[in-house]
Design a protein around this ligand. Structure first.
Ligand code: ATP
Ligand code: MG
Length: 757
């Protein structure tokens, strides 16, 4: 019971009032996740609820793992049986169990974003459409947002609203693409990420017996980071808890940062409507951060118009002011950050793990990494190119996937001529089209290839089919490790990599070995009952680097702000605080977008417990060019009394005396081979430091004060367009511009980077 004594009054209420709907919308660091964690422990420990009956949905697998560990420390190993994970991983598991009901086999393939994009690219090509208009990214995000609002292709292609939308965006073929894409996925027995949610909704809508089963199984449903759920996710949780009504959601509207991916803050209002008898609990005390950080965060978020009013205070010490670090270049920024970490570790007994460096986009990590390596500071990057996204890994996975599901079109395309078998793209296209036009599975076309292709091409396919059949026997009869090793060897993949003696080739070979090691580890885990490849492959497409286990923990964390949500660190650096970078140039076309960027800034600030740094550079390499930068407007938005300018790193000449980096020092060893590979792969050759000359003027912003209707303009994201109308509302000058590829957009001129052309 004594774990409860550490809770404050409203937190305690949130933990012990387990029955009925509960909502906690409260500021960062106020203990929302702690309440959910303790609530689960309390359900198991004090109310004797079976962990099988508890469903807890988190935003990342990492968060789920941490939660499970904390619960385990209270209730013991029984916590392993909780249903806990991300929406995608939990519902992929349910879909596999119920796949037959939806006409899928239980070993359906999960298409990752790359698979989805390359499928779209193929379809666009087959339809003879312009791939500059129908870019895979654009098409996929349109389809994705339809699916996340539960709009099926059937509805999309019959409802004139969507057609009108697409016509005005000058993408009239979007409906046709959505339909073809969906049919092709279905035909390949594949679901993409959005399908996992979409199909769960379909399952629960069309199969009430199944819904009923899970409604009774999940007596308690808990959702963390509720502000970032989309409509599709919300409907699933709502349905699942409709019978028992024991649903607890926690979140913070000020931390909603996924609207661009369809997250809908309206869910908070919907929840109140759908569960009118809900208990609302307010948490106002922040336990995480110093007074100064809490105040700074409050001063920033107060600038957003659309937000629920909340109070956040803390009883913690004032702490230090935020330090502002200015550098002349991105490389110097990296060096300053590394020096500061070095010094703080020496003077204040911090460890590497007490530091996080947060940035807006992944590409910013390069200069920071370089500096950390030179200073011998161990670090880990989260969420960059995932291990499973590497080409050599995807190639082997392609074989494994295909041996499990030989109707998987994307895997087929990937492996059919790898290593080279003399099968050209025309044959591949003919095969895929034949499967589609005759409405038979891909594998059936392949196994009867002589009816579809002429002699020589058919022979090569027949050999391929024989090879795959031999792999299938392994899948059926051997464990995952034996199967994967056999396939790696007999497909010819390993040999090809082995023969490539370049450094990259060696790395790729080691990566494949690393995947095999991971499979071996899986097979050797006593708790795993089903050791088949099938079981290993289940949710692999959902894994990210963040989920890799058994890594060295005393490392500095590098990650995007998006992936830092929910986490906390003693010391936080927010780097690249520059206009167009943060706030991002992409996000400045409307007030709503700018507010989302500001919420992101709020998330970043509130990760820090003790010390916070803002850092900006006056020049930076972006898009392969050296650009001049201005400090971010966000720096000015923080009440100046909470900030002080760091004078230690004022000039480029100056180096702190306590810091003498040794460039010959080895790359720090951080645990497994896998982690070492990650680091080794990133910087194979030392990059030349940036010279300190005055950067050329690449960007001359045009004077848009005399913008008029009818003028031609250029926008960095939307390309060329014509000013359709000028709106002047108070001091807000807006232009409605019709872009050639993006249709009509209303742009706030004070934010939009428009150039008159
Ligand atoms: P975020 O909005 O960032 O997700 P949160 O509201 O989920 O934050 P938690 O992560 O649960 O906040 O808690 C923040 C920190 O405060 C954690 O380190 C947690 O252990 C600590 N904390 C929360 N409540 C208490 C308490 N009553 N006593 C001591 N520490 C607490
Ligand atoms: Mg939290």
């Amino acid at each position: 019971m004594d774990y409860l004594s550490s809770l404050n009054e409203p937190q305690y209420e949130g933990v012990v009032n387990t029955e009925g709907p509960t909502m906690i919308i409260a500021g960062a660091g106020s203990g929302k996740t702690r309440v959910l964690t303790y609530r689960i422990a309390y359900l198991m420990q004090d109310k004797g609820v079976d962990p099988f009956n508890i469903l807890s949905l988190t935003f990342t697998n990492k968060a789920a793992k941490e939660m499970r560990e904390r619960i385990e420390s209270v209730v013991g190993s029984n916590a392993r049986n909780l249903w806990m994970g991300t929406f995608h991983s939990v519902f992929a598991r349910i879909l596999r169990a119920e796949a037959g009901k939806l006409g899928y086999p239980s070993n359906f393939t999960i298409y990752d974003t790359d698979d989805s994009k390359s499928l779209i690219k193929n379809i666009v090509k087959e339809y003879g459409l312009d791939d500059k208009v129908y870019k895979p990214n654009t098409v996929l995000s349109r389809i994705s947002s339809a699916k996340n609002r539960l709009i099926s292709w059937q509805e999309y292609t019959t409802n004139p609203i969507y057609k009108a939308d697409d016509d005005s965006a000058m993408k009239p073929e979007m409906g046709r693409l959505y339909k073809a894409y969906s049919l092709r996925c279905k035909k390949a027995d594949a679901m993409d990420f959005d399908d996992l949610l979409f199909n769960t909704n379909v399952l629960f809508r069309d199969h009430l017996d199944v819904l009923n089963k899970y409604q009774h199984r999940f007596q308690y449903v808990l959702v963390d980071e509720f502000q970032d759920t989309n409509v599709s996710q919300y409907l699933i949780t709502k349905k699942l808890s409709a019978v028992n009504r024991n649903i607890a959601v926690v979140g913070d509207d000020a931390q909603s940062i996924y609207a661009f991916r369809g997250a809908d803050i309206e869910n908070i209002l919907n929840f109140e409507k759908d569960f009118p008898d809900l208990k609302v609990i307010k948490l106002e005390q922040n336990y995480r951060s110093t007074q100064n950080i809490v105040n700074a965060a409050n001063s920033v978020i107060g600038r957003n118009k659309s937000q629920l009013k909340k109070t956040v205070w803390t009883a913690n010490n004032d702490g230090n002011q935020i330090e502002l670090i200015k550098s002349v270049s991105d490389n110097e920024e990296g060096r300053f950050v590394a020096s500061e970490i070095f010094e703080q570790k020496a003077n204040r007994n911090y460890k590497n793990e007490d530091f996080a460096i947060l940035y807006r986009t992944n590409s910013q990590s390069r200069s920071i990494e370089e500096a950390l390596r030179k200073s011998g500071i161990a670090y880990r990057i989260y969420g960059g190119l995932s291990f499973y996204q590497r080409k050599e890994i995807k190639d082997l996975m392609g074989y494994l996937r295909f041996a499990i599901n030989p109707n998987d079109e994307q895997s087929f395309r990937r492996i059919i001529n790898l290593p080279k078998r003399g099968i050209g793209p025309t044959s591949v296209e003919k095969i895929v089209v034949a499967a589609f036009e005759h409405d038979i599975p891909l594998w059936e076309v392949l196994t009867n290839i002589n009816s579809f292709l002429p002699g020589r091409a058919a022979n090569a396919i027949n050999d391929f089919v024989t090879l795959i059949k031999s792999f299938m026997i392994y899948v059926e009869t051997k464990d995952a490790f034996e199967t994967a090793s056999h396939i790696a060897k007999n497909s010819g993949l390993l040999k090809e990599l082995y023969e490539d003696k370049t450094i990259e080739g060696l790395n790729r070979y080691e990566n494949v070995q690393e995947l095999l090691n991971a499979i071996k580890e899986f097979v050797d885990t006593p708790e795993v009952e089903d050791k088949s490849l099938n079981n290993f492959m289940q949710d692999i497409a959902l894994l990210t680097d963040n989920d890799k286990e058994n890594q060295e923990t005393d490392v500095v964390t590098l990650m995007t702000i998006h992936s830092a949500k929910g986490l906390e660190f003693k010391n936080v650096f927010i780097v690249g605080m520059e206009e167009d970078l943060f706030p991002s140039q992409m996000m400045m076309s409307s007030r709503a977008d700018l507010e989302e960027e500001r919420r992101l800034f709020y998330v970043a600030i509130t990760r820090a417990k003790e010390n916070l740094y803002f850092s900006y550079a006056l020049s930076r390499y972006r898009y392969g060019r050296l650009l001049n930068c201005e400090p971010s407007r966000f720096i000015e938005e923080v009440d100046p009394s909470y900030i002080k300018v760091n004078t230690k790193y004022g000039s480029r000449e100056q180096k702190p005396s306590s810091f003498s980096p040794n460039p010959n020092r080895n790359v720090p060893q951080v645990g497994s081979n896998y982690a070492r590979n990650l680091i080794a792969n990133r910087n194979t050759a030392p990059k030349k430091p940036l010279a300190y000359h005055k950067p050329s003027d690449n960007f001359t912003p045009s004077d848009i004060s005399n913008l008029k209707e009818g003028m031609k303009v250029e926008h960095p994201k939307f390309g060329f367009g014509k000013v359709h109308k000028m709106d002047i509302e108070g001091s807000n000058k807006k232009a409605r511009v019709i872009f050639e590829n993006f249709g009509e957009k209303t742009l706030l001129l004070s934010f939009a980077k428009l150039r008159i052309v």
